[in-house]
Design a protein around this ligand. Structure first.
Ligand code: CP3
Length: 349
């Protein structure tokens, strides 16, 4: 075995006798120490204060012994830094002051100057300096479609109707919007990587709302542009409800495809095709079940993940706010203690 951190080895499909684990939204409201430090401080403000970002990013690593820290920020931070008037409302999500619906607004959307976010680089450096060498710092950004959905809808949406209508009716304008968002996301990722982030995750959380043809023609090229600008580190690409898009999301330029809980990892591996690792995919809802149920389902995930040439254990989406953090700590221990043997014992495919 080399000294490569387990998450980087798995992403490179050379994981040997390890099974790395982290959780989307591991830094957040499930932790009492997070709720305490965030008390009275708006979300966007906390994302711009290196003291808070550093402490919050490290909290779940200390508590759970996960193999990676995910940078504490939000997909909307680079848009706010570029000058888009928005807030992140507790219990709601991003809310845009003037939703983007006209050609003029799209033409006027500003670019992100890396010099506008020196605090992001400062936070990344402080986190990397404090993290043990074998723990990986993952940077992230939102993918153009998911960012566009917030800008166009004005906030969270169930059906993304205005976004899809814009895409279908005004493909040139749509491409202009997404090309701008791709540049902003790529800049946000480059700042994190240049300051010390060792892997990145591109969140296209709501891509699963799209038909494969629309995804392939109007979304994938823009995500591919972002991923091509960060090809010096392993790239994880994730969305919810993407069972029909897994191959296309991998082909956008991902080393690791994140899979939600709807498709078992062996079937996901078949759909993705050769040459890519997987990340996932325990159903977050199960975290409320009795421990033995959680443990058995986690073992099923690990066995199915053995079909892939690399597996990073995670949930199928973010940690629910009301999760008992002790369940997460036990889950990390199970993955570390039982994972390698379960992976090795699974039938070769
Ligand atoms: O631990 C981590 O995963 C790192 C931090 C992180 C946050 N947001 C912090 C956050 C990450 C990676 C994100 C990404 C993000 N933000 C996504 C993609 C991931 C996903 O869930 O699919 C999306 C769609 C957003 C937009 C957004 N921001 C939503 C939907 C919400 C939740 C609204 C709510 O309150 O339920 C936010 C706010 C947010 N981002 C919180 C956190 C910890 C909660 C804010 C709080 O604690 O007050």
């Amino acid at each position: 075995m080399t000294d490569t951190p387990s998450l980087l080895a798995a992403a490179a499909r050379e994981q040997g006798n390890t099974l790395p684990v982290w959780f989307m939204r591991q830094a957040g409201r499930s932790l009492p120490e997070y709720r305490a430090i965030r008390e009275g401080i708006p979300m966007l403000e906390s994302c711009r204060r290196p003291d808070l970002v550093t402490e919050i990013t490290l909290q779940p690593v200390r508590r759970h012994d996960v193999d990676a820290a995910i940078f504490f920020s939000d997909i909307m931070v680079p848009l706010a830094a570029a000058g888009v008037d928005l807030e992140i409302r507790a219990g709601v999500g991003p809310v845009i002051a003037d939703p983007i619906r006209t050609a003029e607004q799209i033409h006027a959307l500003p670019d992100l100057d890396p010099e506008a976010i020196p605090d992001i680089a400062e936070s990344v450096r402080a986190i990397r300096a404090a993290l043990p060498p074998h723990k990986v710092l993952i940077g992230f950004a939102g993918a153009p479609y998911t960012l566009a959905s917030y800008l166009v809808e004005g906030g969270p949406s169930k059906d993304y109707a205005r976004t899809k209508a814009l895409m279908a009716a005004e493909p040139m304008l749509w491409d202009e919007l997404c090309a701008k968002l791709a540049r902003i996301s790529a800049t946000f990722l480059r700042v994190q990587i240049d300051a010390g982030a060792q892997a990145v995750q591109l969140f296209d959380s709501w891509a699963g709302s799209l038909a494969p043809l629309d995804y392939a023609t109007r979304v994938q090229p823009h995500s591919a542009h972002v991923l091509s600008r960060v090809s010096d580190v392993p790239r994880i690409h994730f969305g919810v409800g993407t069972g029909e898009l897994l191959r296309l999301m991998g082909a956008a330029g991902a080393d690791v495809v994140g899979v939600d809980w709807r498709v078992p990892l062996d079937e996901a591996t078949r759909r993705i095709g050769p040459g890519r690792a997987v990340q996932g995919n325990l159903d977050p809802a199960l975290l409320r079940a009795p421990w033995e149920v959680v443990a058995d389902r986690a073992r099923d995930v690990i066995r199915a993940g053995a079909a892939a040439p690399g597996h990073i254990f995670n949930l199928g989406h973010g940690v629910p706010a009301d999760t008992d953090p002790d369940v997460l700590t036990r889950l990390v221990a199970l993955v570390h203690e039982e994972g390698p043997a379960l992976r090795a014992a699974a039938p070769a495919r």
